[in-house]
Design a binder for this molecule. Structure first.
Ligand code: ZN
Length: 166
């Protein structure tokens, strides 16, 4: 079986922060006011937001709903099996943080969770959100984070492990 994550390469946080600047494709910025047909987010004055757009809007799909529809998360946080003693608390922190982010930014969302080969995988519409939530988990539980980036698909996987005893 082909390894689904073979294109993911280990990267540093510094490199990631540069990637994030290029994260959104050009069509994420419509030329006229737009309302997402799925979630109701509106685009005007250069950004997507919750609320009502002034004047006439055309219907479209926001980048977050587009990613969800295409099953193309921007990022995952993977809580490995070795991290299971903290899993419930980590999940709570991640879900609360994601809810706060979503309320402020329509494009920054937790998509869902699923068991994968490496552990519990949480998927996100936004790289920076995943990175910020992984940082929260790292600080709360002294976890060890490893970042893997697929430069072609522009997808990030953050693997969370328990700190190795020194
Ligand atoms: Zn939407």
């Amino acid at each position: 079986m082909a390894e689904p994550f073979s294109r993911f390469k280990s990267v540093s946080v510094d490199v990631l922060m540069q990637m994030e600047l290029e994260d959104l494709p050009a069509h994420a910025f419509p030329t006229s006011p737009t309302e997402c047909a799925r979630c109701g987010a509106v685009y005007y004055d250069g950004r997507w937001r919750w609320g009502v757009a002034p004047g006439h809007v055309r219907e479209g799909l926001c980048p977050a709903c587009e990613r969800i529809a295409q099953h193309l998360p921007a990022a995952w946080i993977v809580l490995t099996a070795g991290f299971s003693e903290h899993q419930d608390n980590a999940l709570r922190l991640i879900e609360e943080g994601a809810e706060r982010a979503r309320a402020l930014h329509p494009l920054r969302r937790l998509i869902g969770r699923a068991m994968g080969a490496d552990g519990l995988e949480l998927s996100f519409t936004d790289m920076r959100l995943a990175r910020e939530l992984a940082d929260i988990v790292q600080h709360a539980f002294h976890a060890q984070l490893t970042y893997y980036y697929d430069a072609e698909a522009r997808q990030l996987r953050i693997v969370v492990m328990s700190q190795k005893p020194s």
